[in-house]
Design a protein around this ligand. Sequence first.
Ligand code: E4P
Length: 214
Amino acid sequence: MKFFIDSANLDEIKEAHALGILAGVTTNPTLVAKEGVDFHTRLKEICAVVKGSVSAEVVSEKAEDMIAEGEELARIAPQITIKVPMTAEGLKAVHAFQEKGIKTNVTLIFSANQALLAARAGATYVSPFLGRLDDIGHDGMELISDIAEIFSLHDIQTEIIAASIRHPQHVREAALRGAHIATIPFKVLKQLIQHPLTDIGIEKFLRDWEKTQQ
Ligand code: E4P
């Protein structure tokens, strides 16, 4: 499973990139609004740092408007992936983007059928939202398993991005269930690195090393 960062914050993206584990970035309108920056400028800044897929979401609701908006975003950099909501209009736009050779990430996926439709429309990625399903008492992980099984059974190349990740356990489970990618908030990425036994181990090694007086 590969790692994307789910953020529009440039410092977080740079720090995650420096770790050498970053395969891409996902943004959404909420994340961009939090930064209070110009969307296109921020995308250019992100693409200067990260060469992997950078998802930029369209906010239009009609397919033809999504296509126009997406084409403009795609001109910013070659690694821009157009994030399209899972609607009938979104599916039409995804199909048009595929014909134009523009990569897409279908977002707000909450069922296996939605994922299958998005894949058949030509999506490069589908993003099932784990945390938001868990929030309403459903099992987000079951959805990852179902999509992974369906895609494997039917030889579908669309990649599954486990999204709406809330904690490290989501990351581990998504990897075990067959997600190709997890898009992770910076806070969770830092949690993945840490373990109290690692800290205790380093402290003991350093203390013991001091005793050797080297
Ligand atoms: C994914 O691409 C989305 O940007 C994101 O994971 C949504 O997460 P949230 O449910 O925490 O807003």
